[in-house]
Design a protein around this ligand. Sequence first.
Ligand SMILES: Nc1ncnc2c1ncn2[C@@H]1O[C@H](COP(=O)(O)OP(=O)(O)OP(=O)(O)O)[C@@H](O)[C@H]1O
Length: 257
Amino acid sequence: MDEPIMAVEGLTVKYGSHIGCKEVCFDLYPGEVLGIVGESGSGKTTLLNALHGRLEPSHGTVKYRTRMGGMDDIHAMGEPQRRLLMRTDWAYVHQNPRDGLRMAVSAGANIGERLMGVGWRHYGRIRDNAVGWLEDVEIDTERVDDSPATFSGGMQQRLQIARNLVTNPRLVFMDEPTGGLDVSVQARLLDLIRTLVAEKGLSVVIVTHDLAVARLLSHRLMVMKSGEVVEQGLTDQILDDPQHPYSQLLVSSILQI
Ligand SMILES: Nc1ncnc2c1ncn2[C@@H]1O[C@H](COP(=O)(O)OP(=O)(O)OP(=O)(O)O)[C@@H](O)[C@H]1O
């Protein structure tokens, strides 16, 4: 079996005396998609932010397997090293594409500048790559010089995904990537994400309150309530036969998924 790409132990975040998330433990393996589900306020975003270093834990560790093969504690490393990971190995897809895109520059530049950030310099190659990615995420390549501000919500989200994946990250964090979109747009986007994740063998941690999204994308699920993980396991197992009363409540609140 592969070695984990991320290992999380006893991760706890407090806001003053208030618990954001408590004693979270899991290993994430290459190519695995982990869904974090739970109602609003259950600690999903707190956990996601602690995983990629934006939030400092009160205790516990998050270790990440670098390309060199070692496991580095991401809270012990310096900010420059974390930023480098964010530019190269990691990607972050925000719920609101405006938080992950630069609206003042063209769609092509949104993709191209990530490549420049990892050292690409040849304009023609950068542009060709950007155009290729627009095709991959089903955006009309004639729109390459348009500002994302002129795109629909679904197009903006697809552009954000292209901008994130162009540098071939190994680990992608997603925060409600289909939230706020129409159901039909959501379905197409989910399909695209599922295809890209499988094709590129990405490891993904995805936060969602939508169990249908979790069912479609994730191999494994973690159910959170009041900052604690109340159940974790294979997605199908949890959704078909939830053991914890809170998971049972979540699942029964969905009529059909
Ligand atoms: N900056 C903060 N300061 C104080 N408390 C916070 C802060 N951010 C979150 N919390 C609290 O921590 C708990 C977990 O919040 P969090 O945002 O992680 O939940 P969530 O599951 O992501 O919710 P949502 O789905 O609504 O985004 C909540 O009780 C919330 O009020």
